[in-house]
Design a protein around this ligand. Structure first.
Ligand SMILES: Cc1cc2nc3c(=O)[nH]c(=O)nc-3n(C[C@H](O)[C@H](O)[C@H](O)COP(=O)(O)OP(=O)(O)OC[C@H]3O[C@@H](n4cnc5c(N)ncnc54)[C@H](O)[C@@H]3O)c2cc1C
Length: 334
């Protein structure tokens, strides 16, 4: 167990913001987590993973908790379905690589997503037509209010699009492990455009195709700092959609009609139409290949650079289309 004061978080956020927290506590087991000297830890408490969906807007005044629970257990009783329990601190993509290497199906479309298992279960990560909710059975947690361990089934997690009960509960539950269900029998999911026609002979071949596509579109966190998609895709009414179409002046607006008639419009398209691709603010920039992503272009962007670019994008998209963008990336401190 490590408990350090005035701790540098640069290596704990993929945006590479040079910020500190008053205290950093990393534990290697549920027992170590439960045994922390809670009363001595500065508040607020915030659990993070790899910090790949976070923007630190400044120093964090409280305690950052981090899991180093890093085991993977296979409950193989010879059936088609293979339950796998993974500690929350396992890197998600290391787990996917291992599962694909064993020829187990289910996680391959979720290849190359940054972050750790615990956060993957909080975020309901998704890509290429699959979400973690499709392969998760439940999670084990530590309740910071009752200071007791507890478990939740997948239904109790109440998963939605990048949503879960854990987000609604604030920072009450620390996920300590997740139970996944993989299969030996093939179940390739190739409905998503871009995956049709790929070699689907094994989970590993689909994984390789997914990694190739992702590398061609998204910044590699090891090379350029970012937190992935910065904004949520806005969901608007039919009348607001008409206003967007009018403002688009002759260009057809990509959209997706949801159950109930609301319309989802790609935030990337709105940002691109406002001419932000490649736009810079200090060391921050809108990624050239994907305008939904803000990057730490120089490696020395400050939180204020990112916040100012965010502010300009939100204001311009609102002025031009009347649509309010909201960030997908969580801002800390809030
Ligand atoms: C280049 C890039 C591409 C990306 N592509 C995708 C993608 O395709 N699909 C997708 O869904 N996401 C994507 N993301 C976003 C991000 O990778 C996911 O949201 C990921 O699950 C975050 O994991 P993390 O460990 O970094 O969590 P963090 O960013 O550290 O935390 C995210 C949230 O989870 C909470 N949390 C973390 N660990 C725990 C725990 N053990 N218990 C309780 N709460 C916890 C935190 O408090 C926070 O609220 C991408 C990000 C980047 C940088």
């Amino acid at each position: 167990m490590t408990v350090e004061r005035n701790y540098d978080l640069s290596a704990h956020n993929t945006f590479r913001m040079k910020v500190k927290c008053a205290c950093f506590a990393e534990y290697g087991s549920v027992e170590e987590l439960a045994g922390l000297d809670w009363d001595s830890l500065p508040r607020p408490l915030k659990h993070i993973g790899e910090g790949s969906n976070l923007l630190f807007t400044g120093d964090f005044p409280g305690t950052i908790l981090h899991s180093a629970i890093r085991y993977v257990k296979y409950v193989d009783v010879g059936l088609d379905e293979v339950p796998v329990i993974a500690g929350a601190g396992v890197r998600w993509d290391d787990l996917v690589a291992e599962l694909c290497g064993h020829g187990l199906w289910g996680a391959e479309n979720l290849s190359h997503i940054p972050g750790e298992v615990g956060a993957a279960a909080v975020q309901n990560i998704g890509a290429y037509g699959v979400e973690i909710k499709d392969i998760i059975s439940g999670v084990s947690c530590y309740d910071l209010v009752t200071r007791k361990s507890c478990k939740f089934t997948v239904d109790q997690c109440r998963y939605g699009y990048r949503e879960s009960m854990f987000k609604e509960a604030g920072d009450r539950y620390v996920i300590t492990s997740a139970l996944l269900r993989l299969t030996r029998s093939p179940r390739p999911r190739l409905e998503y455009k871009g995956l049709s026609g790929v070699d689907a002979s094994s989970p590993a071949s689909i994984r390789n195709a997914v990694i190739d596509i992702r590398k061609s579109k998204l910044p590699e966190p090891s090379e350029i700092g970012s937190a992935g998609s910065f904004f949520k895709n806005p969901v608007i009414s039919a009348s607001d959609f008409v206003r967007v179409c009018n403002a688009a002046t002759g260009v057809s607006v990509p959209h997706f009609v949801l159950d109930g008639g609301m319309i989802k419009v790609p935030a990337a398209w709105l940002i691109d139409q406002c001419g932000f691709k490649g736009e810079r603010e200090g060391g921050a920039a809108v990624y050239e290949k994907q305008p939904l992503v803000i990057v730490n272009a120089t490696g020395s962007a400050t939180p204020d650079d990112v916040l100012e670019l965010e502010r300009r994008i939100v204001a311009t998209v609102h002025e031009r289309f009347g649509v309010s963008l909201s960030p997908e990336v969580e801002h800390l401190p809030k």
